[in-house]
Design a protein around this ligand. Structure first.
Ligand SMILES: *Cc1c(COP(=O)(O)O)cnc(C)c1O
Length: 217
């Protein structure tokens, strides 16, 4: 099935570029997909999933987790501060920390509850007005701010502009991570995950290549 094709392509690319096999993990992006397709991928043994909306994930994953209790869930879409508490309960990794107000809210809730998911910072590598993420020139300062708040940022994520060569953006993200001592890199989607593997991705986020096209109604 498509899941195994994607996994195989990741492994092949890791070998081709001389990375350790298994260094890149596959986040299966299940947003908008019919439940049956998600269950099929779960029944194939896959356990790592991504969702881009808190509300949608809340309507789906608590039930699925009763049966598949070792699921790991990443939030890959923008997070409003008023949903931070719910997101911290639901997700194992929040990939989209992108502004001081959100960082402060998460730090406060982590202190209050004694629980915090793993955190990544989203970088707007294409410096696009309409897109979320910290501008490349502001990332170092933002990471310092997170550190001062007591937040441990383990990774960076980006979504390159649709009309540009993604490899350039992946390389930029890798460079920013390296100079800040950050290990995890979430980059690459259905159209470009092999190029992301070549640039050092530790997570690729793949939806339609696994599940088929999303049908919005
Ligand atoms: C939807 C989405 C993906 C997956 O996109 P595909 O092109 O279907 O692989 C990856 N990352 C983010 C942030 C997304 O919102």
């Amino acid at each position: 099935m498509a899941l195994n094709d994607v996994l195989q392509k990741i492994r092949d690319e890791e070998k081709r570029v001389g990375r350790a096999v298994g260094a890149t993990r596959l986040v299966a992006v299940s947003k908008v997909q019919p439940l049956g397709r998600v269950v099929a991928v779960l029944d194939d043994g896959h356990r790592l999933f991504g969702e881009n909306k808190v509300q949608e994930a809340a309507g789906k994953w608590p039930d699925l987790r009763e049966k598949y209790n070792d699921v790991v869930l990443h939030l890959i879409g923008p997070l409003q501060t008023n949903k931070a508490r719910q997101a911290m309960e639901l997700f194992d990794v929040i990939e989209t920390i992108d502004r001081p107000k959100l960082a402060r809210t998460i730090a406060r809730l982590a202190e209050e509850t004694g629980h915090c998911p793993r955190l990544f910072v989203q970088v707007n590598t294409g410096e696009e007005e309409q897109k979320a993420g910290v501008m490349p020139e502001d990332v170092d300062a933002f990471l310092a701010e997170c550190r001062d708040l007591g937040l441990r940022i383990e990774g960076l994520m980006c979504i390159p502009p649709v009309d540009e060569e993604p490899s350039l953006h992946f390389a930029l993200l890798a460079k920013i991570a390296k100079r800040n001592g950050i290990e995890e890199l979430s980059m690459g989607m259905s159209g470009d995950f092999e190029r992301a593997v070549a640039q050092g991705a530790t997570y690729v986020r793949v939806g339609s290549a696994i599940f088929g096209d999303r049908v919005y109604d």
